[in-house]
Ligand binder design. Structure first.
Ligand SMILES: C[S@@+](CC[C@H](N)C(=O)[O-])C[C@H]1O[C@@H](n2cnc3c(N)ncnc32)[C@H](O)[C@@H]1O
Length: 310
């Protein structure tokens, strides 16, 4: 099992980020299309909030496979300059190849740096700074916000979208408590297996949740950090959607994981479940996916704010 929060070892041509991003759909073409439509909604909201125009410079932090920057180029055209920034060298190499294939290299720059140490990005250089699902993984978020403030031009803005994963940790903690108090609960057998899977993906104690970058913050913390470093005219929207799960294939469920620091279900089932437990788990869960009865809860914070002109 990949211990929660620990990055898998980096190898030369891939790292934990590129492995996850390239396997996000579990190699399933149908699910890749569903996922792409789902991500496009978030991309569009971030870009709507960014209010970009020709002649501007966009910096995207944790650009991954380029969801936000390529979307911005499609929207604004050749008049937009875009900086892809990421700590992942493999992902920056990947987006360079995509930019080349799309014929947009002329308007692209690539910066290998961490969100909390963006020394290679000049101060007051970006009209808009965007980030989606990257700050979540940064331990020192306040310093990352200070860096965003430094690199944003006076009068420029940030448009962020971050998952709020605290509920996933709290649900796991609550499940553990319930099982401790009611070991004879009628659902105890499947809940115990759910707990084992969830605990490999999210912190499962209050202390661990407070210590993990992905669960130690709320949407209000993001807002407060933006204000603390100097941004003003801030607007925060919390979007919570309880909806049918996007995964409708057992193989996709086994082959994917909810975030880059989480193991796939297959890894957990193989390493932490007995053969009998695997069989029971599959008998209960597989029909839920295949009949479209699985449920998912998305919690995302959308934050915009402006750097004052003086
Ligand atoms: C979940 S992916 C999201 C990628 C992309 N923003 C998207 O919306 O699809 C997280 C990205 O954040 C990057 N990342 C992780 N930690 C980072 C850090 N400290 N500074 C900058 N980028 C980071 C990873 O390399 C990865 O590309």
């Amino acid at each position: 099992m990949a211990e929660h929060g620990k990055q898998k070892q980096t190898i030369s041509s891939s790292d934990v980020w590129s492995s996850w991003l390239h396997n996000r759909s579990g190699g399933d073409a149908d699910y890749a299309m569903v996922l792409s439509a789902y991500l496009a909604q978030m991309r569009d909201r971030v870009l709507d909030n960014a209010i970009l125009g020709p002649g501007q410079t966009l910096l995207d932090i944790g650009s991954g496979d380029g969801l936000i920057p390529f979307g911005a180029i499609e929207r604004i055209g050749s008049g937009l300059e875009v900086i892809f920034s990421d700590i992942s060298k493999p992902m920056l190499s990947y987006v360079q190849k995509v930019a080349d294939a799309r014929g947009v290299m002329r308007q692209c720059r690539f910066a290998e740096c961490s969100a909390d140490r963006m020394g290679c990005i000049e101060s007051d250089s970006a009209d808009v700074v965007t980030s989606r699902a990257a700050l979540a993984f940064v331990a020192d978020k306040l310093t990352a916000f200070a860096e965003m403030f430094r690199v944003t031009k006076p009068g420029g803005r940030i448009s962020l979208c971050e998952p709020i994963l605290q509920d996933d940790a709290f649900d796991t903690i609550a499940m553990r408590q319930l099982l401790g108090e009611q070991p004879d609960h009628p659902q105890a057998r499947i809940m115990e297996l759910d707990l084992r899977l969830n605990a490999s993906r999210y912190p499962s104690t209050v202390e661990a949740a407070a210590a993990s970058p992905i669960t130690s913050y709320s949407e209000r913390d993001l807002l407060n950090m933006a204000i603390a470093v100097g941004f003003r005219a801030a607007h925060l929207e919390l979007h919570i959607d309880v909806r049918p799960g996007l995964i409708t294939s057992w193989d996709v469920f086994l082959s994917t994981s909810p975030h880059p620091w989480a193991p796939t279900a297959r890894e957990v089932l193989e390493k932490q479940f007995t053969a009998k437990e695997r069989e029971y788990f599959e008998n209960v869960k597989r029909p839920m996916f295949e009949q479209g009865r699985s449920q998912a809860k998305d919690v995302f914070a959308y934050l915009t704010a402006t750097k004052p002109r003086s």
